[in-house]
Design a protein around this ligand. Structure first.
Ligand code: NCD
Ligand code: ZN
Ligand code: ZN
Length: 354
């Protein structure tokens, strides 16, 4: 624990390298919570139907910009949802036009809205080879879907049986391991010299699987990959706060309306856009690593995606009174519960400098 007296911290304006904005009423309801603090975000393509082609992504980008609050500056960085029918030429065109920043691999059935994902990697090899050639990163939801594999082991088994063989076959392909949740994931990334990086969510730095299961089943702590044992959370905290350029923030803020979370078969996803920066400052302070927050939230991601760091800054202030934030937000799609870290937050985002 830190005993120093830091009470304000100014960092380059952060970006979110893994974000679900959804569409329609939900998009309109959640976008301001991101654009308030973040300059850019990698936008996940798992809509219904998914964002598969460059034309889909162009239209989705326009809908996001149309939903942006007046006065907010925010750049959505679009991605494509990889299917077994994706055309390498369309992907190359999307990258060349400056619209597409990554392609997302969802193993079919691995997570929310992934049924149109990839069953047989062999079928997408021509697209992956093209991506390696043009330097377009592949973002990966790294979990196997094999029913025999325990849900807590699915990330580690994915690394061994899918990711490592793929990277050996195509070493020039840049891969982002999304939402790393295990020590295995951290070690795999750290053991690699190039073309591999990992995003880490806010909530996986704060909760372990007890949050989900102790004292009753708590659907608002359910996400995929599911939170793991404490030893894994500790490994993630070390990686995120180390300054290591291969790790950066991807909140994976994933809104679902409460009725779809609080039911017999609740959706996976945790909504953290509202209080992410406060939560992160808390975690980094606990780890005595406030000096590394800028690397994690504002510098390492742009370096990986080949973009400049933001010119603007944000200032965080440590207040003696806890910061107020809503327990849920109301959207025209319905209420969405905000992530509760289960401790008071004292770091507040004060202002944005132009
Ligand atoms: N993380 C989640 O639990 N859910 C995400 C999908 C994903 O990122 O796997 C969603 O779209 O709701
Ligand atoms: Zn995912
Ligand atoms: Zn996600």
């Amino acid at each position: 624990m830190s005993d120093h007296q830091t009470t304000t911290l100014t960092i380059r304006r952060p970006d979110d390298w893994h974000l679900h904005l959804r569409d329609g009423d939900m998009l309109k309801g959640v976008l301001p919570d991101t654009s308030r603090h973040f300059a850019r975000a990698i936008i996940m393509p798992n809509l219904v139907p998914p964002v598969v082609t460059t034309a889909d992504a162009e239209a989705y980008r326009a809908r996001i910009l149309a939903a942006l609050p007046v006065g907010d500056r925010f750049e959505p960085l679009m991605t494509l949802y990889l299917t077994e029918h994706t055309e390498a030429a369309d992907v190359a065109h999307g990258k060349a036009s400056g619209l597409i920043h990554a392609v997302k691999l969802y193993p079919a059935g691995a997570t929310t809205n992934s049924h149109g994902g990839v069953r047989d990697l062999e079928k997408v090899m021509p697209v992956l080879e093209k991506m390696a050639e043009i330097g377009l990163p592949l973002c990966v939801h790294g979990e196997v879907t094999t029913p025999e594999v325990d849900i807590f082991d699915r990330e580690a088994v994915f690394i061994e049986t899918v990711l490592d063989p793929l990277r050996r076959r195509l070493p020039e392909l840049k891969v982002t391991m999304e939402h790393v949740t295990t020590q295995d994931g951290v070690d795999y990334i750290k053991g690699t010299a190039k073309n591999l990086a990992g995003s880490i969510t806010t909530h996986h730095l704060i909760i372990n699987r007890n949050a989900l299961l102790v004292g009753g089943i708590r659907p608002h702590y359910y996400c995929l990959p599911v939170a793991k044992r404490e030893v894994h959370r500790q490994a993630l905290r070390k990686a995120a706060t180390s300054g290591d350029t291969r790790f950066f923030l991807g909140t994976d803020s994933a809104p679902h309306v409460d009725p779809l979370k609080e039911c017999a078969c609740g959706c996976a996803g945790i909504y953290t856009s509202v209080n992410t920066m406060s939560c992160l400052a808390h975690v980094f302070e606990q780890e005595d690593a406030l000096h590394s927050l800028e690397a994690f939230a504002s510098r390492n991601g742009p370096a990986w995606y080949g973009l400049p760091v933001n010119d603007e800054t944000i200032t965080l202030t440590r207040r003696s009174e806890p910061v107020n934030y809503p327990a849920k937000i109301e959207t025209d799609a319905g209420p969405v519960t905000v992530f509760d870290p289960m401790f008071p937050l004292h770091w507040a985002v004060e202002e944005t400098h132009g």
